[in-house]
Design a protein around this ligand. Structure first.
Ligand code: A2R
Length: 322
Protein backbone atom coordinates (compact mmCIF):
# COMPACT_ATOMS: atom_id res chain seq x y z
CA UNK A 1 0.00 0.00 0.00
CA UNK A 2 1.35 3.45 -0.88
CA UNK A 3 2.08 5.80 1.96
CA UNK A 4 -0.43 8.54 2.80
CA UNK A 5 0.66 12.16 2.36
CA UNK A 6 0.79 13.87 5.73
CA UNK A 7 1.34 17.56 6.32
CA UNK A 8 3.75 18.24 9.19
CA UNK A 9 3.14 21.65 10.74
CA UNK A 10 5.74 23.41 12.85
CA UNK A 11 8.47 22.13 15.11
CA UNK A 12 8.70 18.47 16.09
CA UNK A 13 11.63 16.52 17.50
CA UNK A 14 13.89 14.63 15.08
CA UNK A 15 12.81 11.28 16.60
CA UNK A 16 9.14 12.10 16.04
CA UNK A 17 9.78 13.29 12.48
CA UNK A 18 11.67 10.06 11.78
CA UNK A 19 8.75 8.03 13.17
CA UNK A 20 6.35 9.93 10.90
CA UNK A 21 8.58 9.39 7.87
CA UNK A 22 8.61 5.65 8.45
CA UNK A 23 4.81 5.56 8.17
CA UNK A 24 3.92 8.41 5.83
CA UNK A 25 5.11 10.62 2.99
CA UNK A 26 5.71 13.78 5.02
CA UNK A 27 5.52 17.38 3.84
CA UNK A 28 7.23 19.55 6.41
CA UNK A 29 6.18 23.18 6.82
CA UNK A 30 7.95 25.46 9.29
CA UNK A 31 6.08 28.73 8.80
CA UNK A 32 3.02 30.34 7.21
CA UNK A 33 4.94 31.50 4.09
CA UNK A 34 6.12 28.00 3.22
CA UNK A 35 2.63 26.74 3.96
CA UNK A 36 0.68 28.69 1.33
CA UNK A 37 3.11 27.67 -1.45
CA UNK A 38 2.88 24.03 -0.39
CA UNK A 39 -0.92 24.03 -0.05
CA UNK A 40 -1.32 25.52 -3.53
CA UNK A 41 0.89 22.73 -4.88
CA UNK A 42 -0.29 19.60 -3.01
CA UNK A 43 -3.22 20.65 -0.78
CA UNK A 44 -5.60 18.44 -2.76
CA UNK A 45 -3.76 15.25 -1.90
CA UNK A 46 -3.39 15.72 1.86
CA UNK A 47 -5.60 13.54 4.11
CA UNK A 48 -3.76 13.91 7.42
CA UNK A 49 -1.84 16.55 9.35
CA UNK A 50 0.58 16.28 12.28
CA UNK A 51 0.68 19.53 14.22
CA UNK A 52 3.75 20.54 16.20
CA UNK A 53 4.30 23.93 17.78
CA UNK A 54 3.63 27.50 16.68
CA UNK A 55 1.46 26.94 13.56
CA UNK A 56 -2.31 27.14 13.97
CA UNK A 57 -4.85 25.16 11.98
CA UNK A 58 -7.67 27.54 11.11
CA UNK A 59 -10.73 27.42 8.90
CA UNK A 60 -8.89 29.01 5.96
CA UNK A 61 -6.25 26.29 6.06
CA UNK A 62 -8.89 23.57 6.21
CA UNK A 63 -10.53 25.08 3.14
CA UNK A 64 -7.26 24.64 1.25
CA UNK A 65 -7.15 20.99 2.31
CA UNK A 66 -10.42 19.60 0.87
CA UNK A 67 -9.49 15.95 1.57
CA UNK A 68 -8.26 16.48 5.14
CA UNK A 69 -9.65 13.82 7.51
CA UNK A 70 -7.53 14.12 10.66
CA UNK A 71 -5.35 16.64 12.50
CA UNK A 72 -3.14 14.93 15.09
CA UNK A 73 -1.95 17.49 17.62
CA UNK A 74 1.32 17.16 19.54
CA UNK A 75 0.35 18.13 23.11
CA UNK A 76 -2.76 18.03 25.25
CA UNK A 77 -3.72 21.68 24.62
CA UNK A 78 -5.16 22.26 21.15
CA UNK A 79 -6.30 25.89 21.34
CA UNK A 80 -4.35 26.55 18.10
CA UNK A 81 -6.81 24.37 16.15
CA UNK A 82 -10.25 25.62 15.11
CA UNK A 83 -12.17 22.57 16.36
CA UNK A 84 -15.53 24.09 15.41
CA UNK A 85 -14.47 24.35 11.78
CA UNK A 86 -13.01 20.83 12.00
CA UNK A 87 -16.24 19.38 13.42
CA UNK A 88 -18.30 21.08 10.70
CA UNK A 89 -16.12 19.43 8.05
CA UNK A 90 -16.05 16.04 9.74
CA UNK A 91 -12.32 16.38 10.44
CA UNK A 92 -11.17 14.47 13.53
CA UNK A 93 -8.78 16.27 15.89
CA UNK A 94 -6.66 14.22 18.28
CA UNK A 95 -4.34 15.29 21.13
CA UNK A 96 -1.88 13.53 23.44
CA UNK A 97 -3.50 13.25 26.89
CA UNK A 98 -2.24 11.13 29.83
CA UNK A 99 1.31 10.50 28.54
CA UNK A 100 2.40 13.95 29.78
CA UNK A 101 0.27 14.21 32.93
CA UNK A 102 2.86 13.19 35.53
CA UNK A 103 5.68 15.16 33.87
CA UNK A 104 3.67 18.39 33.84
CA UNK A 105 2.65 17.77 37.46
CA UNK A 106 6.32 17.31 38.43
CA UNK A 107 7.29 20.55 36.67
CA UNK A 108 4.44 22.37 38.36
CA UNK A 109 5.66 21.35 41.80
CA UNK A 110 9.16 22.47 40.81
CA UNK A 111 7.88 25.86 39.64
CA UNK A 112 5.72 26.20 42.76
CA UNK A 113 8.67 25.57 45.08
CA UNK A 114 10.96 27.83 43.04
CA UNK A 115 8.44 30.65 43.36
CA UNK A 116 7.34 30.21 46.97
CA UNK A 117 10.86 29.69 48.35
CA UNK A 118 12.64 32.12 45.97
CA UNK A 119 15.05 29.35 44.93
CA UNK A 120 16.23 30.80 41.55
CA UNK A 121 17.35 34.00 43.32
CA UNK A 122 19.23 31.85 45.86
CA UNK A 123 21.06 30.08 43.05
CA UNK A 124 21.92 33.38 41.35
CA UNK A 125 23.23 34.64 44.72
CA UNK A 126 25.59 31.68 45.12
CA UNK A 127 26.87 31.87 41.52
CA UNK A 128 27.50 35.61 41.92
CA UNK A 129 29.93 34.74 44.74
CA UNK A 130 27.88 36.53 47.39
CA UNK A 131 27.52 33.68 49.91
CA UNK A 132 30.86 34.22 51.74
CA UNK A 133 29.76 37.77 52.56
CA UNK A 134 26.45 36.74 54.10
CA UNK A 135 23.62 34.23 54.02
CA UNK A 136 20.88 34.56 51.42
CA UNK A 137 17.76 36.15 53.00
CA UNK A 138 15.08 33.81 54.36
CA UNK A 139 12.20 33.32 51.94
CA UNK A 140 9.00 35.22 52.68
CA UNK A 141 7.00 32.22 51.51
CA UNK A 142 6.76 28.66 52.79
CA UNK A 143 4.66 25.68 51.76
CA UNK A 144 4.08 25.01 55.47
CA UNK A 145 1.37 27.63 55.83
CA UNK A 146 -0.04 27.72 52.29
CA UNK A 147 -3.47 26.85 50.96
CA UNK A 148 -3.69 26.01 47.28
CA UNK A 149 -6.64 26.65 44.99
CA UNK A 150 -6.52 24.67 41.77
CA UNK A 151 -8.12 26.31 38.71
CA UNK A 152 -8.80 23.11 36.78
CA UNK A 153 -8.83 19.63 38.28
CA UNK A 154 -8.65 17.36 35.24
CA UNK A 155 -5.95 14.78 34.50
CA UNK A 156 -3.03 17.11 35.24
CA UNK A 157 -4.74 19.09 37.99
CA UNK A 158 -5.46 15.88 39.87
CA UNK A 159 -1.83 14.71 39.54
CA UNK A 160 -0.70 18.07 40.99
CA UNK A 161 -3.23 17.80 43.83
CA UNK A 162 -1.96 14.30 44.70
CA UNK A 163 1.56 15.71 45.08
CA UNK A 164 0.22 18.52 47.30
CA UNK A 165 -1.57 15.91 49.43
CA UNK A 166 1.78 14.20 50.01
CA UNK A 167 3.23 17.54 51.14
CA UNK A 168 0.39 18.10 53.61
CA UNK A 169 -0.88 21.19 51.75
CA UNK A 170 -4.66 21.77 51.78
CA UNK A 171 -6.24 21.85 48.30
CA UNK A 172 -9.40 23.50 46.99
CA UNK A 173 -10.53 23.70 43.39
CA UNK A 174 -12.60 25.65 40.90
CA UNK A 175 -14.00 24.03 37.74
CA UNK A 176 -17.37 24.27 35.99
CA UNK A 177 -18.50 20.91 37.40
CA UNK A 178 -17.73 19.50 40.85
CA UNK A 179 -15.98 16.11 40.92
CA UNK A 180 -17.51 13.32 43.00
CA UNK A 181 -14.24 11.41 43.39
CA UNK A 182 -12.12 13.92 45.34
CA UNK A 183 -12.04 15.11 48.97
CA UNK A 184 -11.16 18.74 48.09
CA UNK A 185 -13.32 21.83 48.71
CA UNK A 186 -15.18 22.84 45.57
CA UNK A 187 -15.73 26.51 44.75
CA UNK A 188 -18.18 27.21 41.92
CA UNK A 189 -17.10 30.86 42.23
CA UNK A 190 -13.45 31.61 41.45
CA UNK A 191 -13.39 34.91 43.39
CA UNK A 192 -14.62 33.10 46.54
CA UNK A 193 -11.82 30.54 46.18
CA UNK A 194 -9.22 33.29 45.65
CA UNK A 195 -10.40 34.88 48.94
CA UNK A 196 -10.06 31.57 50.78
CA UNK A 197 -6.59 30.51 49.54
CA UNK A 198 -3.22 32.21 49.01
CA UNK A 199 -1.92 30.21 46.05
CA UNK A 200 -3.58 29.65 42.68
CA UNK A 201 -2.41 26.95 40.28
CA UNK A 202 -3.84 27.34 36.78
CA UNK A 203 -4.24 24.13 34.77
CA UNK A 204 -7.22 24.75 32.50
CA UNK A 205 -7.23 24.86 28.68
CA UNK A 206 -7.12 28.17 26.79
CA UNK A 207 -10.71 28.75 25.63
CA UNK A 208 -13.03 31.71 25.09
CA UNK A 209 -14.39 31.00 28.61
CA UNK A 210 -11.05 30.77 30.42
CA UNK A 211 -9.41 33.73 28.63
CA UNK A 212 -8.61 36.44 31.19
CA UNK A 213 -10.41 34.61 34.04
CA UNK A 214 -7.57 35.47 36.44
CA UNK A 215 -8.07 39.22 36.36
CA UNK A 216 -7.48 42.22 38.66
CA UNK A 217 -10.45 41.26 40.87
CA UNK A 218 -9.18 37.71 41.41
CA UNK A 219 -5.63 38.92 42.11
CA UNK A 220 -6.90 41.42 44.67
CA UNK A 221 -8.95 38.70 46.35
CA UNK A 222 -5.82 36.51 46.55
CA UNK A 223 -4.08 39.25 48.52
CA UNK A 224 -0.54 40.32 49.45
CA UNK A 225 0.78 36.84 50.25
CA UNK A 226 -0.73 35.58 47.01
CA UNK A 227 1.19 33.44 44.54
CA UNK A 228 -0.04 32.54 41.06
CA UNK A 229 1.37 29.56 39.18
CA UNK A 230 0.36 29.14 35.54
CA UNK A 231 1.06 25.88 33.71
CA UNK A 232 -2.17 25.86 31.65
CA UNK A 233 -2.28 28.55 28.98
CA UNK A 234 -0.94 32.12 28.99
CA UNK A 235 -4.24 33.69 27.96
CA UNK A 236 -5.97 32.53 31.15
CA UNK A 237 -4.30 35.42 33.03
CA UNK A 238 -5.04 39.04 32.20
CA UNK A 239 -1.35 39.85 31.78
CA UNK A 240 -1.48 43.65 32.25
CA UNK A 241 -3.47 43.08 35.47
CA UNK A 242 -0.87 40.56 36.65
CA UNK A 243 2.02 42.93 35.94
CA UNK A 244 0.23 45.68 37.86
CA UNK A 245 -0.52 43.35 40.80
CA UNK A 246 3.12 42.23 40.96
CA UNK A 247 4.47 45.80 40.72
CA UNK A 248 2.13 47.11 43.42
CA UNK A 249 2.63 44.00 45.62
CA UNK A 250 -1.10 43.39 45.51
CA UNK A 251 0.16 39.79 45.27
CA UNK A 252 3.54 38.41 46.28
CA UNK A 253 4.85 36.56 43.23
CA UNK A 254 4.07 34.59 40.08
CA UNK A 255 5.60 31.47 38.56
CA UNK A 256 4.80 31.15 34.86
CA UNK A 257 5.55 28.41 32.34
CA UNK A 258 3.10 29.68 29.69
CA UNK A 259 2.57 33.09 28.09
CA UNK A 260 0.01 34.65 25.75
CA UNK A 261 2.49 35.35 22.89
CA UNK A 262 5.00 32.51 23.16
CA UNK A 263 7.90 32.44 22.55
CA UNK A 264 7.81 36.19 23.23
CA UNK A 265 7.63 37.15 26.92
CA UNK A 266 6.53 40.56 28.16
CA UNK A 267 9.57 42.75 29.03
CA UNK A 268 7.61 43.94 32.07
CA UNK A 269 7.44 40.41 33.47
CA UNK A 270 11.15 39.94 32.72
CA UNK A 271 12.01 43.14 34.59
CA UNK A 272 10.25 42.11 37.81
CA UNK A 273 12.11 40.25 40.53
CA UNK A 274 8.98 38.63 41.96
CA UNK A 275 8.47 36.40 38.92
CA UNK A 276 9.90 32.98 38.07
CA UNK A 277 9.67 32.41 34.31
CA UNK A 278 10.13 29.14 32.41
CA UNK A 279 10.05 28.64 28.60
CA UNK A 280 6.97 26.34 28.42
CA UNK A 281 8.79 23.21 29.50
CA UNK A 282 6.04 21.54 31.54
CA UNK A 283 6.23 18.33 29.49
CA UNK A 284 9.74 19.09 28.25
CA UNK A 285 11.78 15.95 28.92
CA UNK A 286 13.08 13.66 26.16
CA UNK A 287 11.15 10.77 27.72
CA UNK A 288 7.78 12.51 27.74
CA UNK A 289 8.15 14.38 24.45
CA UNK A 290 8.96 11.06 22.75
CA UNK A 291 5.86 9.49 24.29
CA UNK A 292 3.75 12.42 23.07
CA UNK A 293 5.24 12.15 19.58
CA UNK A 294 4.51 8.43 19.50
CA UNK A 295 0.87 8.94 20.53
CA UNK A 296 0.46 11.58 17.82
CA UNK A 297 1.85 9.13 15.23
CA UNK A 298 -0.24 6.25 16.60
CA UNK A 299 -3.39 8.34 16.14
CA UNK A 300 -2.57 8.87 12.45
CA UNK A 301 -1.62 5.21 11.93
CA UNK A 302 -4.76 3.99 13.67
CA UNK A 303 -6.90 6.33 11.57
CA UNK A 304 -5.49 5.29 8.21
CA UNK A 305 -5.07 1.60 9.07
CA UNK A 306 -8.08 0.82 11.30
CA UNK A 307 -10.39 3.72 10.53
CA UNK A 308 -10.51 5.07 14.10
CA UNK A 309 -8.58 7.63 16.14
CA UNK A 310 -7.11 6.68 19.55
CA UNK A 311 -7.54 9.93 21.47
CA UNK A 312 -10.01 12.27 19.74
CA UNK A 313 -10.78 15.57 21.49
CA UNK A 314 -14.28 16.16 22.88
CA UNK A 315 -15.24 18.58 20.11
CA UNK A 316 -14.73 15.89 17.43
CA UNK A 317 -15.89 12.68 19.13
CA UNK A 318 -15.48 9.21 17.64
CA UNK A 319 -17.71 7.55 16.54
CA UNK A 320 -19.02 10.80 15.10
CA UNK A 321 -22.27 12.10 16.56
CA UNK A 322 -25.19 11.49 14.21
O1 A2R B 1 -14.91 22.79 33.97
P1 A2R B 1 -14.78 21.30 33.98
O2 A2R B 1 -15.62 20.68 35.06
O3 A2R B 1 -14.95 20.70 32.60
O4 A2R B 1 -13.23 21.01 34.44
C1 A2R B 1 -12.15 21.16 33.56
C2 A2R B 1 -11.44 22.52 33.73
N1 A2R B 1 -12.05 23.60 32.95
C3 A2R B 1 -12.55 24.73 33.49
N2 A2R B 1 -12.60 25.14 34.77
C4 A2R B 1 -13.20 26.34 35.01
N3 A2R B 1 -13.71 27.14 34.03
C5 A2R B 1 -13.68 26.74 32.74
N4 A2R B 1 -14.20 27.53 31.81
C6 A2R B 1 -13.07 25.49 32.43
N5 A2R B 1 -12.85 24.80 31.28
C7 A2R B 1 -12.24 23.65 31.61
O5 A2R B 1 -10.11 22.27 33.24
C8 A2R B 1 -11.02 20.22 34.00
O6 A2R B 1 -10.96 20.13 35.40
C9 A2R B 1 -9.76 20.91 33.48
C10 A2R B 1 -9.23 20.31 32.18
O7 A2R B 1 -8.84 19.01 32.44
P2 A2R B 1 -8.46 17.97 31.28
O8 A2R B 1 -9.37 18.14 30.12
O9 A2R B 1 -8.34 16.62 31.91
O10 A2R B 1 -7.05 18.46 30.76
P3 A2R B 1 -5.57 18.15 31.31
O11 A2R B 1 -5.01 16.95 30.66
O12 A2R B 1 -5.56 18.22 32.79
O13 A2R B 1 -4.82 19.43 30.70
C11 A2R B 1 -5.22 20.75 31.06
C12 A2R B 1 -4.55 21.81 30.21
C13 A2R B 1 -4.53 21.55 28.68
O14 A2R B 1 -5.74 21.87 28.07
C14 A2R B 1 -3.41 22.47 28.21
O15 A2R B 1 -3.91 23.76 27.96
C15 A2R B 1 -2.49 22.50 29.41
O16 A2R B 1 -3.18 21.89 30.50
O17 A2R B 1 -1.35 21.75 29.12
Amino acid sequence: MSKQDVLVLGGLRAETLEGLKQQFTTHLVKDAKELSALLARIGNGIRGAARGTHIGVDRAMMEQLPKLEIVANFGVGYDGIDTKAAAERGIIVTNTPDVLTEEVADTTLGLLLMTVRDLPAGERYLRAGKWPSGDFPLSKGSMRDRKVGMIGLGRIGLAIARRLDAMGVPVSYHTRNPRKDVPYNYYPDLAAMAEAVDTLIIIVPGTAETKGMVNAKILKALGPTGIVINVGRGVVIDEPALVEALKSHTIQAAGLDVFPHEPQVSPELLALDNTVLLPHLGSGSVFTRNAMGQLMIDNLVSWFRDGKPLTPVVETPWPRKA
